[in-house]
Design a protein around this ligand. Structure first.
Ligand SMILES: Cc1cc2nc3c(=O)[nH]c(=O)nc-3n(C[C@H](O)[C@H](O)[C@H](O)COP(=O)(O)OP(=O)(O)OC[C@H]3O[C@@H](n4cnc5c(N)ncnc54)[C@H](O)[C@@H]3O)c2cc1C
Length: 571
């Protein structure tokens, strides 16, 4: 079912049939992960998201799919073990977007940090800093031990001073050595989230998701929803509500007459930097390093640019969270800790982003000490609200499947239903039937579709094996490259608009493609894409201008994209 029909059908069903067993509120990774898990078991479920899917914290991670070396200092062995298992599952179930990432830690002394780490392990306030080789060796050995039964990637290695500088010549010469271990990274988190939605809907016709549908309130056995696109209100009657709204959990519980303080969010920002020397210095490894204050920062090459982050600052209102100039300065300074000869200018930042981690409310002395584990808090039915509310607190991108599986089990027990299937080996979206020999797959597809191999290589890298669907769609009509970004084509974009729930122009610019993320948007390109969305959605000229205005505003205020002021003027 294409996107427009899918939305209309779901809305029309809601008007006629307001009863739904499970209402999931929030279309971040935790909400969509749970939706897929329930769909797998044939449970009817409606997911509503006030904006676009995976546009909150789930669009703002450091893009690490990792065990969380740092969490060992907090004694969170269970979490690290679970994260490593899930990392390995994602490498197998989503190989199109999750790939191994060799990670190098620059080390500046041999033995420092052991006492502070031990104190932290036992709950002390002090954050270890200047972690030395011995401490890092202990952590990496545990990391390797946890994955010894399912070894997908090499174990860690230490490199001497000379070896380290030979591998990374621009590294700070004050290091004593480096250690390299393997984790993984995710190239397109927003697309993987969308694929989970599409998979869930394909698995079970009773599983539906609506973006731009906000929970407004509720009472008795009802929940009120508002269609953010049309303004229409809907009343639904769920048996269970799952509050998967991340940093918004307490405000959504408040709208359902429950005063909770489950969340103590912290914001984190990242920069995307266009700097050839930095790109070359980082190479194909992630640098995982301490900033001057002992916080762990990361940088790695991503789609031809360098991702650097992040910050960790307490915030009360997720709607107000944005990347500030102070955070930019902090992150730029952090580069100096490891690559002191490389000077990055403010103007070389092509994009930045900020998200709020939905961490559990905690009175930890430092934000780094707050657990990154997940939990589900259940508010039982009461006189004012007759359904239970399950709030999904915390979690990481890496562990979404495990979290979803655990909550689904709780819900299945609630409905007295046995689990029938497991998602352990369930491939996601374009990770299905992912070829071990990409070139042979491309050659076959080229022969059957007539699309040239170079183009298919790009499509495979962008969409995994969904590239086959796109190639068929491209082959079925007259296609041409976009005038202002020939690397994309008209029918490729048309496919996305038809199949991938694009409601607003910014969905396409920010989440279905990486054009904004890579700093590749220009006023003519935005106008060209707006015209394609307008044609697909039947927008008037006025609506199209309003969408361009909105996109330009969001891009400049939230993502630091400043070159688009003239989008509207020249339309
Ligand atoms: C800076 C940063 C770095 C991170 N790095 C990593 C990393 O490298 N690796 C890793 O594994 N994890 C990482 N994480 C953690 C991970 O991204 C989050 O834990 C995860 O995305 C949380 O998902 P969520 O679905 O709970 O929340 P969100 O993604 O925030 O989703 C909640 C959704 O609820 C919606 N919503 C709110 N109110 C309503 C309403 N009234 N009606 C309908 N919908 C509503 C919001 O619009 C939002 O989309 C990072 C997080 C941050 C912020």
């Amino acid at each position: 079912m294409n996107s427009a029909t899918a939305r209309e059908t779901t809305l029309s069903n809601l008007r006629q049939q307001p009863e739904i067993p499970v209402l999931i509120v929030g279309g971040g990774i935790n909400g969509v992960g749970l939706m897929r898990e329930l769909a797998l078991e044939g449970v009817d479920v409606l997911l509503v998201e006030k904006g676009d899917f995976c546009a909150g914290a789930s669009a703002a991670p450091s893009r690490m799919i990792h065990g969380g070396l740092r969490y060992l200092e907090n004694g969170e062995f269970r979490l690290v073990r679970e994260s490593l298992t899930e990392r390995n599952r994602l490498l197998q179930n989503a190989p199109h977007y999750i790939r191994p990432l060799p990670t190098t830690i620059p080390i500046f002394n041999w033995s420092h940090g052991i006492i502070a780490a031990a104190r932290k392990f036992f709950g002390s306030y002090s954050e270890p800093y200047n972690r030395g080789a011995v401490l890092i060796k202990v952590g990496l050995t545990l990391y390797d031990l946890f994955t010894r039964q399912q070894r997908l990637m090499p174990t860690h290695q230490f490199h001497s001073y000379q070896q380290s500088l030979a591998r990374h010549p621009r590294l700070n010469p004050e290091i004593v050595c480096t250690a390299t271990y393997y984790d993984a990274w995710i190239s397109y988190p927003e697309r993987l989230g969308l694929e989970l939605v599409l998979d869930a809907e394909a698995l079970h016709p009773g599983a539906r998701a609506l973006n731009y549908m906000r929970l407004e309130g509720g009472s008795g056995d009802e929940v009120t929803l508002c269609d953010e696109l049309s303004g229409e209100s809907f009343t639904v009657k769920p048996k269970v509500v799952v509050n998967a709204t991340g940093a918004w959990i307490d405000s959504v519980n408040g709208a359902l007459h429950h005063d909770t303080t489950f969340i103590g969010g912290t914001k984190g920002s990242h920069l995307i930097i266009d700097h050839p020397d930095l790109l070359a210095a980082v190479g194909d490894e992630m640098l995982y390093f301490e900033n001057a204050d002992g916080r762990i920062c990361i940088m790695f090459a991503l789609l031809g640019k360098v991702l650097v982050g992040s910050t960790d600052i307490r915030v009360d209102d997720p709607e107000q969270a944005h990347c500030t100039e102070d955070e930019i300065a902090y992150i730029l300074d952090s580069i100096q800790q490891v690559l002191p000869g490389i000077n990055v200018q403010r103007s070389e930042i092509v994009f930045y982003f900020c998200g709020v981690r939905p961490l559990p409310a905690a009175d930890a002395h430092t934000t780094g000490q707050i657990s990154r584990d997940h939990s589900c808090r259940v508010i039982p039915p009461s006189a004012s609200i007759q359904y239970p509310i399950y709030s999904l607190i915390g979690g990481k991108w890496t562990t979404f499947r495990a979290f979803a599986e655990q909550v689904a089990d709780q819900l299945l027990a609630h409905f007295d239903q046995q689990r029938l299937r497991s998602s352990h080996e369930l491939a996601i979206g374009g990770g299905k039937d992912y070829p071990s020999d990409a070139e042979a797959w491309i050659a076959d597809l080229s022969e059957s579709s007539g699309v040239n191999p170079a183009r298919l290589r790009t499509l495979l890298q962008r969409y995994g094996t969904r590239a086959a669907l796109i190639a068929q769609y491209i082959a079925a009509g007259q296609d041409s490259p976009l005038q202002h970004h020939p690397d994309y084509s008209q029918r490729e974009i048309a496919f996305i608009l038809r199949e991938e729930r694009v409601q607003r122009l910014d969905d396409l610019l920010l989440r279905r493609t990486t054009l904004a993320f890579q700093g590749e948007l220009t006023p003519p390109l935005v106008r060209e894409l707006a015209a394609l969305v307008a044609a697909a959605r039947g927008w008037t000229e006025e609506q199209t201008r309003a969408e361009m205005d909105r996109a330009q505003h969001i891009l400049s205020t939230q993502y630091g994209v400043q070159n688009l002021e003239r989008v509207i003027d020249h339309a």
